[in-house]
Design a protein around this ligand. Structure first.
Ligand SMILES: Cc1cc2nc3c(=O)[nH]c(=O)nc-3n(C[C@H](O)[C@H](O)[C@H](O)COP(=O)(O)OP(=O)(O)OC[C@H]3O[C@@H](n4cnc5c(N)ncnc54)[C@H](O)[C@@H]3O)c2cc1C
Ligand SMILES: NC(=O)c1ccc[n+]([C@@H]2O[C@H](COP(=O)([O-])OP(=O)(O)OC[C@H]3O[C@@H](n4cnc5c(N)ncnc54)[C@H](O)[C@@H]3O)[C@@H](O)[C@H]2O)c1
Length: 464
């Protein structure tokens, strides 16, 4: 990791604290536009997504999906002997995804764009002023003429479960660095991280139990999608327990024991805690600019402004903890910093995809959210496996399309696409929700036969 030597206190144009995907892109753009930019990251430039999040987890899922597809050969095309090995996965994660969890390339890319990069902790020290504690223990202070951008992201939430603290449990950061598979794994949390990781390890032969406190997996998604996913997980040999209360965790002799509120005890080699995130707002000097360091998010306006010469982007804005939201906000904040015009931030069509198999894609509001917002809605649903393409696809074709229409305006305000290519089909629905395409127009289109996306036409016909 290359650093500048002996940095001096000075006035620059812009300081970016936290180089998640949005911060990195913003700093690169600002430096390329000629601003004097300083970037500070306490760990790896690029943030959670490339090293511990999206990229390594999707690489793991790709491997797990290849095993599942090979196991379908028996039904579709003869025989295939499937012998899982984690070695190619660990090698790809190390060498291709993360360069050995080393950010040299990302640092050099920023430096080539003209930015100064520090590994260290950045903290606000009043308006447009940042104090950086460098990794060697020294510190440097910057005044920022244009201001400061915060992109500090989140960390795995530490659960207040008796006995858990101090045990060698995994978070997502450990799960992507696994070199040897355990025999058994308990996953606490049935959100996107828990579901994606659980399916990966189960498909590699690990005995997996998922413990979810809420009433279903993927709580914020449509309940119909969650029900299908639970069904698939169970059919693949996983144990899924919803509505659980975890009373205590202990670790002895290389095994975890998870004691549930109802008296049951689960024993496993490893424990993955994927039960939400804590925003990195507590050690950022927010109090020096009148903001609350204990808050769950930083309030921003439609230009990502959070105060006097202060912008905030990414997960901590509470607008959707996704890389694409961080990048979207990054472009808006950069335009504002450079004094350029452009559309303000809008969040009516935030898409997301959980990359389980089947994938669960969603955009805009769920049926529940739309009803709760007071809209008069109509809902249409169509099962994927009953479409011609689903029938042809055979094993692995579980899924659905669900559309939620604002009946008064005749436009979709939300949609779900679940299936082998749910995240890709979602693209169509994201356009419809984003651009408020009239449902009448969507119904008058021609849908290629026999595609998965033709299920959208069936769901639209079901609007009632
Ligand atoms: C396992 C997993 C899978 C995921 N999969 C997906 C996916 O498929 N698709 C998707 O869109 N999203 C996914 N996400 C979410 C995605 O990783 C985040 O939304 C994304 O990284 C954007 O976060 P961010 O921009 O807020 O910052 P982050 O990526 O969290 O980066 C913040 C950076 O700030 C640094 N930092 C924090 N405080 C300071 C400080 N005081 N001084 C200096 N540096 C500081 C940190 O070291 C870090 O590098 C996944 C997350 C996880 C954990
Ligand atoms: N494919 C993707 O886009 C993707 C993948 C992974 C993560 N992410 C992002 O990262 C965020 C964080 O993911 P996450 O899955 O950690 O968090 P999450 O908050 O989305 O889900 C955590 C789950 O853990 C459950 N939980 C909390 N405490 C519990 C307890 N004591 N016992 C049992 N269950 C408990 C919650 O009810 C919830 O369902 C996601 O919300 C998403 O924004 C995105």
């Amino acid at each position: 990791m290359s650093e500048q030597s002996e940095p001096q206190d000075r006035t620059v144009d812009l300081v970016v604290i936290g180089a998640g995907p949005g911060g990195e892109a913003l700093a690169t753009g600002a430096a390329r536009a000629g601003l004097d930019v300083v970037v500070v990251d306490r760990h790896l430039v690029g943030g959670e997504c490339p090293y511990y999040g999206c990229i390594p987890s999707k690489m793991m899922l790709r491997a797990a999906d290849s095993l599942a597809e090979a196991r379908r050969v028996g039904v579709l095309a003869g025989d295939a002997l499937v012998t899982p090995s984690w070695t190619p996965v660990a090698t790809r994660l190390d060498q291709e995804a993360t360069s050995g969890w080393d950010d040299t390339i990302a640092v050099e890319r920023l430096q080539d764009a003209g930015a100064t990069v520090h590994h260290g902790v950045g903290r606000l020290d009043g308006a447009a002023r940042v104090r950086v504690e460098l990794t060697d223990g020294s510190s440097v202070t910057y005044e920022a003429r244009r201001g400061v951008v915060l992109n500090p992201g989140t960390r795995p939430a530490a659960l207040p479960i008796a006995g858990l603290e101090g045990t060698p449990y995994w978070t997502n950061r450990d799960a992507v660095r696994v070199t040897e598979l355990p025999g058994s794994l308990v996953v606490i949390g049935g959100g996107p991280i828990g579901c994606e990781m659980a399916q990966v390890f189960a498909r590699f032969g690990v005995r997996v139990s998922v413990l979810e406190a809420g009433p279903r997996l993927l709580g914020p998604d449509e309940p119909e999608a969650a029900a299908i996913l639970e069904d698939v997980f169970v059919s693949e040999g996983m144990r899924v327990m919803t509505g659980v209360e975890i009373a205590a965790v202990s670790y002895d002799d290389g095994a975890f024991t998870v004691a549930l509120g109802d008296g049951e005890r689960l024993v496993a080699d490893k424990l993955l805690v994927a039960a939400g995130r804590t925003p990195n707002l507590d050690d950022l000097g927010l109090e020096s600019v009148g903001l609350d360091p204990t808050a769950r998010s930083v309030e921003v306006d439609e230009r990502m402004r959070a105060g006097d010469r202060l912008w905030t982007i990414g997960d901590v804005t509470g607008k959707g903890a996704f890389t694409h939201v961080s990048m979207y906000q990054s472009a808006i904040a950069l335009r504002d910093i450079l004094g350029e015009d452009g559309p303000p931030a809008r969040y009516h069509a935030v898409p997301h995809t959980t990359f389980t198999d089947p994938e669960v894609g969603g955009v805009g509001m769920t049926e529940r959210q739309a009803r709760d917002s007071g809209l008069d809605i109509r809902v249409g649903t169509a099962p994927l496996e009953q479409s011609s393409r689903g029938f042809v696809h055979g094993p692995g074709a579980r899924g659905l399309v669900k559309v939620v229409e604002d009946a008064a305006r005749g436009v979709l305000v939300g949609a779900t696409a679940m299936g082998p290519a749910g995240g890709e089909i979602l693209g169509f629905l994201a356009v419809a929700v984003h651009a408020e395409v009239p449902t009448a127009t969507l119904r008058s289109m021609i849908y290629a036969y026999p595609t998965f996306h033709r299920t959208i036409e069936t769901a639209l016909a079901d609007l009632s």
